[in-house]
Design a protein around this ligand. Sequence first.
Ligand code: 5RP
Length: 227
Amino acid sequence: MFSSDDIKKKLGYAAAEYVDNGMTIGAGTGTTAYWFLQALAAKIKNGLSVEAVPTSAQTARVLREQGVPLKELNEVDTIDLVIDGADEIDPAFNLIKGGGAAHLQEKMVAAASKKMLVLADESKLVNVLGAFPLPVEVIPYGSRQVVRRIKEKYGIEPRLRLKEGKPLVTDHGHHILDCPFGKIEHLHAVHAWLNQVPGVVENGLFLGYATATLIGYKDGTLVYTEK
Ligand code: 5RP
């Protein structure tokens, strides 16, 4: 049996095999994507030529340390392939993301990408999204009103995400409300409703972005599936 870290490492290195010379790559965020960043950097040292668009400041830092050529999202037209992790994946490849508080930038990069490969261990596979509390990124000003609106609409208690006892501040200066839906049956309706509430910047539902998944199992097997 493989440890969770071993599986993440295997996934990261296997994912790098889907990167071809000359590609513009979206580089994901999180503990699984981290291993993809390491594998990508190793391939670049061995002669692969790519440019990478990071999905967070943390990912940009890791890539910069490894000497990987970076591009801002504003400097590229489209991205060939984004490789990222997820907090939950349903059978249609819809995702919850944002466990690492980066889903705003991750979604902007995914939206600019022709393809999205999602890396995850089997624990992230679910039939219905929502057991993982849905991250909703909000402008700090007046966010109490967003909490009230979500409570009234769905009867759930959004929780302000904290870091070291203080509200976590995202790369783009916002806060995160973690919303314990339990089950989200009407994904598109929830996505659209949340994003129209004044003060909401972006929610962590990724609907229709992922084109492939690479899933790691405890016995060390990796399974690649394309939509
Ligand atoms: C960050 C994310 C991550 O991809 C997601 O939280 C999965 O992370 P990990 O691979 O560490 O479990 O969405 O915002």
